[in-house]
Design a protein around this ligand. Structure first.
Ligand SMILES: C[S@@+](CC[C@H](N)C(=O)[O-])C[C@H]1O[C@@H](n2cnc3c(N)ncnc32)[C@H](O)[C@@H]1O
Length: 277
């Protein structure tokens, strides 16, 4: 999720990482009857600081390459679901006729500021139906928030509903079941902002037999000689390659994967590329 200054991995996650009593008590905001994680609600204004648009310059080239290889030249209509701050999209948005949606109005506001030429709408990627089609539908890391197979299937069905035959669906799950490296942690210190922010991200798989990961964030705000710590819990989905392939097939796509390095961590991620049948 971030472009980390530092990261650490510790093999397989110990069972003790199950001890996350704060999970159910984690503060959250409500919007449209749905609970959002703090990062995309009350802390949405920090998104630029946590993960700046410039950090996506390299990664976005791979997205652009896949789009151009599949669509050819031209200002084709494209749709991004779960656009967040629009940081990845920013690097190629203006080459296309771009529409973007997110479930969080506050995250969408970040993208509206960064990508003024893009059409922005509030929507849920599982249920959105705009009644028009695009040449490509993209879901960057927001696809991680599909917490069940039904959610993932619904997001894929949304993509299919917005594509004609031959249209392209591109998604970037951070991991497949087969590629999750075990518990790891990333941190970054941002000294140029007030209050100074240290951001810690901890990812673990408390129960490898299910299809979920725990993502815990700590925000340490340093100001006036004091450090304030805020905690944020996210649960995300993780699926095997076979599950992805099966759901894509059932929802009317063929599937291939394109490997690319995320940010400058060098972590290799598979872009899932579906072609609408
Ligand atoms: C990590 S952020 C995306 C950041 C984005 N890739 C960027 O470049 O700025 C994940 C986003 O997914 C959105 N999201 C989560 N569940 C969603 C859903 N069901 N429908 C639409 N957006 C969703 C969140 O609101 C959040 O803005």
């Amino acid at each position: 999720m971030t472009n980390p200054s530092h990261s650490a991995t510790s093999g397989n996650s110990p069972k003790s990482s199950l001890e996350l009593p704060g999970l159910l008590k984690a503060p959250s905001v409500q919007q449209g009857g749905r609970t959002l994680n703090r990062m995309y609600g009350e802390f949405a204004h920090l998104w630029d600081t946590i993960s700046s648009p410039q950090e996506y310059a390299e990664e976005s080239k791979h997205w652009r390459n896949v789009l151009r290889a599949r669509l050819g030249p031209g200002r084709h209509p494209i749709l991004e679901l779960g656009v967040g701050g629009g940081h990845n999209l920013h690097h190629f948005a203006n080459e296309f006729q771009t529409t973007a949606i997110d479930i969080s109005e506050r995250m969408l506001a970040n993208s509206i500021r960064l990508n003024p030429g893009v059409e922005h709408l509030v929507g849920d990627m599982r249920t959105l139906r705009l009644g028009r089609t695009f040449k490509a539908v993209l879901v960057h890391d927001a696809i991680n928030y599909m917490l069940t197979r039904d959610d993932l299937r619904a997001a894929i069905a949304t993509a299919r509903a917005h594509l004609d035959t031959g249209g392209v669906f591109i998604a970037a799950p951070d991991w497949f079941k087969e590629t999750f490296p075990g518990t790891h942690m990333v941190y970054a210190i941002r000294k140029h902002v007030t209050p100074e922010l240290t951001f810690i991200e901890h990812v673990s798989d408390p129960d490898p037999s299910d299809e979920r990961l725990e993502w815990v964030f700590f925000y340490l705000f340093s100001e006036g000689g004091r450090v304030r710590v805020e905690e944020d819990h996210h649960v995300v989905g993780i699926y095997s390659r076979d599950t992805w392939a099966q759901l894509l097939r059932e929802e009317g796509f063929s599937m291939e994967t394109v490997q690319y390095p995320v940010h400058d961590t060098g972590q290799m991620v598979d872009l899932v590329v579906g072609t609408a049948l």
